[in-house]
Design a protein around this ligand. Sequence first.
Ligand SMILES: NC(=O)c1ccc[n+]([C@@H]2O[C@H](COP(=O)([O-])OP(=O)(O)OC[C@H]3O[C@@H](n4cnc5c(N)ncnc54)[C@H](O)[C@@H]3O)[C@@H](O)[C@H]2O)c1
Length: 369
Amino acid sequence: MFAAAKEELAVPYRLGIIGAGNVADCHAQGAAAAGVEVAAVYDVDKQRAEAMAQRFDGCRACASLEQLLAMDDLPAVVAAVPNDLHKDTAIAVLRAGKDLLLEKPMAMTVAECDQIIAARDEAGRALQMGFVSRGAPVAVAVQRFIAEGRLGRIHHAKATMYRRRGIPGLGRWFTTRSRAGGGCLVDIGVHLLDLIIHLTGNPRPDRVSASCASAFGPRMEDYVYTEMWAGPPNFQGVFDVEDSANGLVRFDDGMTLDLSVAWAVNIKEQVLPDGYVLLGDRGGCVFDLWTNRLSIYTEQDGHQVDISPVIPTEDPWAAAWRAEHELFARIVTQGEAPSATGEQGRVIQQIVQSMYESDRAGQEVSIQA
Ligand SMILES: NC(=O)c1ccc[n+]([C@@H]2O[C@H](COP(=O)([O-])OP(=O)(O)OC[C@H]3O[C@@H](n4cnc5c(N)ncnc54)[C@H](O)[C@@H]3O)[C@@H](O)[C@H]2O)c1
């Protein structure tokens, strides 16, 4: 049973959650750790909502979305539903006069992102995107090194996440293009794209060349795995999305980003280490959010110098969710401006769509503004 530590509440408020699946639990635990009361949950699957309500003190399982949105003492909501429901759910939440923390990807298309942004502006409510990687302790440390000018001008970035076997919900909504909008690029690629763009000061993406593959989709029944997010698998279901994607994004300030993501590949984990590389004219850095690995390579007093900051966090995943909810709590209760904005979510959607377009065309494409 998770109860908000009420005596520590800096910013107490009551939060609702729509969708009581796997990521909803990360939100609820992060919110509780941040001192926020998880007060209501709605899921189309009643049992899931009830099970979640039982895990959190004082949490009500709502019978309908309307019932949750009608709760006057609920100023803000997390939307953690499958991707094809993001647009309608987001618009309903904003029109109900509530602030919204919206899971990634923002929506299925750029046009849907525009509809969400318009609803936000009409309602005058806050919209924060759920780019949880930004709050990982290593990401925060890197942001500070960059702000202090330690890397200088960053000309190239590399972001890699290769899972040996990590396809979520095989045969279910995650692997169905009409429900998810894409595969590993939409699921994990968006986090990597967002973090690089966030850390490097939001340069505008200009062109992209990408290739996507589905090596495991065509033979689902042979898939050998040890664990599965959003499982169990449905071998009779659909798998029509990519399970690996590679691309090179060019930005208007000259920076390039080399992105490689895979839900599943036939290579042992960490042969090509997960994580990020930033190359600047004053320094470079290599880091991984979930193992707290961070190295800065620079020059000082006529020497090449390697810096290995100690990041004192045992569980970076839990710390990132807590940080996301501490930030969202300040947005809801203190009127702090959202930092992961709808406009930034839209940029990520533009890149993803352009990567699919480039894959289909077999050549580099421009990213439309
Ligand atoms: N930030 C992250 O690191 C992260 C990680 C995983 C997933 N996600 C995102 O979170 C969202 C949910 O993913 P998940 O892994 O929790 O999936 P999931 O399948 O485990 O959960 C989705 C839940 O939504 C419920 N649902 C379906 N239709 C609904 C409706 N109309 N109204 C209310 N509930 C409905 C389902 O019953 C299910 O419980 C997706 O957008 C995904 O991309 C983010």
